[in-house]
Design a protein around this ligand. Sequence first.
Ligand code: SF4
Length: 344
Amino acid sequence: MTDPINAAPPVSEAIALKVQYQTRRRNWRGQLSISTVRAVDGVDLRVEQGEALALVGESGCGKSTLGRALLRLEQVSEGAVRFSGKDLTGLDQSLLRPLRRNMQMVFQDPFSSLNPRMKIGETLAEPLLVHGLATRAEARARVAEMLEIVGLDPAVANRHPHAFSGGQRQRIAIARAVIARPSFVVADEPISALDISVQAQILDLFEDLKERFALTYLFISHDLAVVRHIADRVAVMYLGRIVEEGSPETVFGNPVHPYTQALLAAVPSPDPVRERNRPEPVLRGEPPSPASRIVGCRFRGRCAHAMPICATSDPALARVGDNKHSAACFLHHHEARQQQAALP
Ligand code: SF4
């Protein structure tokens, strides 16, 4: 049944989404082997209007691929992606182009995300002109206004990207992403390449822009401290799947999936006494290759709580406690616990 409060479709939605790649490799005998990398392996996710959903997980877990797939910057192998209720899955580039102004991306590296040959004013005006949203004179005025909003002097419009620091370039990249007033922005590790001293300022800018332009964010980060700062909701990803989802208070205060618990236990504490007494890392080993065939729970090889059922069945994401918290772990699946208890 449709929730009357949430009757509007989510801004962005993944439905049983899979993104797979074929990789080809020759061994020393010259024999060719082809394997399938399952970067995103069956994800259901909703990003609701006006929220900042943080997507966290170790490097290589598929979070960037998922973010790009939601914008259809990746081909969808199976399942579907929707934007404000519209199915994007099978659209070709000509049909996606008019939608691009409404869904934008901010990349990790502000050095490579700006064209070094274009002046800042040209870079910022481009989306307005390409989408026919302004005349040249109007675009110049909008660029000046946008530069002020992101904390830069409008006079910098005449300069090239090399004249700016990393933090300033990221401000410009963010300005470019929001100048055409998109409704959805995917920010992929947008502060991890920046100096610590400017990271908080850029996070504040994201928050300010969210309020000012009623933006919806998917905020991808491996840094849980960043996520605590900005997120309204958190999704934890492991090896191509969402394994826990909920409010930041729930996921950080009462994590139930062993992977989330291990991630949080690995965060260094600012308190030196706590840091000295922090237990040894509980996250053992490396995740399996996304090209390997996985049977059972994908976290099983690293999980201290693995049970026999975890070797044969794949736990689905299911509600835990209140309806805003869910986890993919048999420890919290009522039926699985009963089956386990019935074993001799
Ligand atoms: Fe560990 Fe089993 Fe839960 Fe997977 S389902 S996280 S192996 S207890």
